[in-house]
Write a protein that binds this ligand. Sequence first.
Ligand code: PLP
Length: 283
Amino acid sequence: REVYVEGSFVSEHEARISVFDRGLLFGDSIYEVTAVIEGRLIDNDLHLARLERSLGELEIPMPLSKEAIVEVQTQLIARNKLREGVIYLQISRGIADRNFGYAEDIKPTFFAFTQARDISDTAALRDGIRVAVVDDQRWARRDIKTTMLLAQVQAKHVASQRGCKEAWLVEDGFVTEGASSTAYIVTADNRIVTRANSRAILPGCTRRAVIKVADQLNLVVDQSRFTVEEAQNAREAFLTSASSLVTPVIEIAGRAIGDGKSGPVTRLLQKTYLDLALGSPAQ
Ligand code: PLP
C-alpha cells in the first residue's frame, strides 16, 4: 500500500512519524474518514467541511487547501487501485519537544492512507447488527473529531465481548450516539428520531445526507433525544456512518427491535441514500 505523509506518497513500510508528534503524545489531532465506492469519494465535501471545522475549533491551521486534500485523496485511490473502502486523513498540531503548551507557529503534520474493504454489499447492511449499551465516558467536546478515542475503543471492546458490532453510548439515560456512528429509531407513528447536533455528539456527515434523503421522501425527522427503553420499544432502529452507510440495528442490549429484522423505513433510506451517493436516480 502507498500512503501519504507530509507531501510524499511512500510505501507504508517507509512512512515515518516523529515520536514527538503531538498527535501521538497528547491526542492533539483530528481525523476524517471518507468512504470510497466504485472508486469515488462519497459525501467528501461534507467530510472536508467538518475537517476544516474541527481544525478551526482547535486553532490548528489547514495543512493544505481543500482542493489539494482532494488531490491527495484522488492520488491515493489511483495509486492503490482502490475500488471500495475508506480514506483516512489525520492532521496533528505538529512536532515539538514534549510540553503541554505549544507555539502558535508550529507546523501541522498531515498523513493519509486507504483501507480496502467491503462497504456497499455486506451482511451487516442486509441483516442488521446487534448493539450493546455502554456508559458514555467521553469528554465535553464530542463535536470535534479528535483522535482521543480511548472511550470509544473501550466501548467497542465491551460491545464485542457481548457479541455486538457497535456500542450505543448513554448519558443521563439518553442515547448520545454510537461509538463510531449516529443512532436513530423509528417510532410506532413512523417518526425517525435522532439526537440534535450539539457538543454532546459528532455531527455525522452521513446523518446530514440521510436527513436530506428522508426529507425528500417526505418522512418526518424528529431531532430529539431518546432513552434506551424508547429505543428497545421502537419499531425500527438503525445507525449511520461513512463506512457503515445506513445499517439496520436488530437488537439493543439483548432486546430484539420490532420483529428482529431490518425494517421498511431503514431499507428505504438505505437504498435511496446509496443510489443518491452513487449518482444514480432512486427508483
Ligand atoms: N459519531 C461518532 C462518534 C463517530 O465516530 C462517527 C464516525 O466515525 C459518526 C458519528 C458518524 O459520522 P459520519 O457519518 O460522518 O461518518
